[in-house]
Design a protein around this ligand. Structure first.
Ligand SMILES: [Zn+2]
Length: 128
């Protein structure tokens, strides 16, 4: 059994979390039209035997995205941090990626039922 130390909630059983995957691949820029880079980001993952950084979502807790540093061979957990802090560090202080403020805000709005559908100006949802 894995026990993950959430920065907000403390040590919790892994059953409170959902697993997303390797946190190392970086999403290409929105405008990037290089199909190979997008293919690599979406489909190709390493399967390391040893230390890895992974995204975990504290679904049944604070609902924050975390990056958990873990050994895939021994299951030892070396630490956990907020995904937005992890991504800001590797992006030289710029936020972005999973757990960024904007993505976190959308996640919190959806979970609390605060998200509102947006209608285009001038009529219904089909734009007529
Ligand atoms: Zn938590």
């Amino acid at each position: 059994m894995l026990r993950i130390a959430c920065p907000f909630c403390g040590v919790r059983d892994h059953s409170e979390f959902t697993y997303l995957g390797d946190a190392e691949p970086q999403r290409p820029a929105h405008q990037d039209q290089d199909a190979k880079r997008w293919f690599d980001y979406v489909y190709l993952r390493d399967n390391p035997c040893g230390k890895i950084s992974e995204y975990w979502h504290h679904l049944h807790g604070c609902r924050e995205w975390l990056v958990v540093h873990r050994d895939t061979q021994t299951h030892e957990i070396f630490g956990a941090e907020l995904a937005r802090d992890f991504n800001a560090k590797r992006n030289n202080g710029l936020s972005g990626g999973i757990g960024s403020d904007k993505a976190g805000q959308a996640s919190r709005e959806q979970s609390s039922g605060l998200a509102r559908p947006t209608l285009r100006e001038g009529g219904g949802e089909d734009g007529r």
